[in-house]
Design a protein around this ligand. Structure first.
Ligand code: MN
Length: 283
C-alpha cells in the first residue's frame, strides 16, 4: 500500500517526510457509550482504553505530530456530561507526549473547542496537506489545495467488510480501502459544487481559479480507531434507493470519481481481502 503505510495491526497511519513523523487516527467517537447509558445499556467508558492504545502507538512510532482526522467525540451539537470529564484529560495526557496535535473537524466535532487544551489546533473540515497527501474527514468537501495532492486520505464511513455464511451468520471486520480516483471527474464535481460553469477542462479551471495543479489519483479510507463502533459494510448489496446512506457517504465518494467497485480492501493486519466487487457475493 505504498506510499501510505498503515501501522499493523492498528487502524492508524504514520506519514513520514524528512524528520517529520505524523501519526494519523480517525473516528474515536469518545463518549459514544454515554448515549447508550441514557438508553439503559451500561458500558463502561471506553476513553481510558482508547487513550491506552494511542499511548502505545506513540511509544512505538515516536510521532512529531498527531492528527485526529475527525469525529473525536460522539455527541453531535451538545456536550455530554461525560465528555466534560474525559476529553480534556485525554488530550492533556497525549499532549505531554506529543506537543503538536491537530484535529481536523468531522461532523461530530461541532462543540469541541471548550474541551481541548489551547495547544491543540482545530483545523476546518476542508482538511490539511502534508506533502503529496491530503487529509480530510469526508463528510464535506476538502479545500481546492487538496486536489493538488496525489493521495487523499479520508475517514468518516468506518469501513468494514461483512461476510455471511450459508447458515446466515454474519461477521464484520474493519478494513482499509484503497481506491483509484479520477482527478478530472473529482475536480469537475468540486467546481460544480462551488457554482462554477465547467465548460473547459476541470484541471485548467482549477489552475486558473485556485492556482492548484490537479494531481489526485488515489483515495484511502481509514477504519475507525474506536473498534466498538458500527460501520459501513462496503460490500453490502443495496436494494433500491438508499437515499439516507448516500447522504452519509459524503460528497467525494458520491461524486462518482472514486472507483469503489475495483477498490482494494485490507484487514488491519495487512491481509489483502480482494476488491469490493469481489467481496459483494459474501455481503
Ligand atoms: Mn464522521
Amino acid at each position: 500500500m505504498l506510499p501510505i503505510k498503515p501501522i499493523q495491526p492498528y487502524p492508524a497511519l504514520l506519514l513520514r517526510r524528512k524528520a517529520e513523523r505524523i501519526l494519523v487516527v480517525a473516528d474515536l467517537h469518545l463518549g459514544w457509550e454515554a448515549l447508550l447509558i441514557q438508553k439503559g445499556v451500561h458500558i463502561p467508558s471506553q476513553t481510558p482504553r482508547i487513550l491506552d492504545k494511542i499511548l502505545r502507538l506513540i511509544k512505538k512510532c515516536k510521532p512529531t505530530r498527531l492528527i485526529f482526522l475527525g469525529d473525536v467525540k460522539d455527541a453531535i451539537a451538545k456536550v455530554e456530561m461525560e465528555e466534560w470529564r474525559d476529553i480534556p484529560n485525554f488530550f492533556e495526557t497525549i499532549n505531554k507526549k506529543v506537543p503538536d496535535i491537530q484535529v481536523v473537524r468531522g461532523n461530530h466535532d461541532g462543540t469541541l473547542e471548550p474541551l481541548l487544551p489551547e495547544t491543540v489546533k482545530i483545523l476546518p473540515s476542508t482538511g490539511v496537506v502534508f506533502g503529496n497527501v491530503g487529509l480530510f474527514h469526508g463528510h464535506a468537501w476538502p479545500s481546492p489545495e487538496l486536489l493538488g495532492c496525489r493521495s487523499l486520505i479520508t475517514s468518516h464511513i468506518h469501513p468494514m467488510v461483512a461476510f455471511r455464511d450459508p447458515m446466515g451468520f454474519r461477521m464484520t471486520r474493519q478494513v482499509w480501502v484503497k481506491a483509484a480516483c479520477d482527478g478530472e471527474r473529482l475536480a469537475k464535481s468540486f467546481l460544480k459544487h462551488l457554482g462554477a460553469k465547467v465548460t473547459s477542462s476541470p484541471s485548467t479551471l482549477l489552475r486558473e481559479q485556485f492556482n492548484v495543479r490537479l494531481r489526485v489519483s488515489q483515495l484511502f479510507i481509514m477504519p475507525a480507531f474506536n473498534e466498538f463502533l458500527g460501520g459501513r459494510p462496503i460490500n453490502e448489496r443495496r436494494r433500491g434507493k438508499d437515499a439516507k446512506s448516500r447522504t452519509f457517504i459524503g460528497p467525494v465518494l458520491r461524486s462518482g470519481s472514486v472507483d469503489i467497485d475495483n477498490a482494494e480492501t485490507y484487514l488491519l493486519d495487512g491481509t489483502f481481502l480482494g476488491t469490493i466487487s469481489q467481496l459483494r457475493k459474501f455481503g
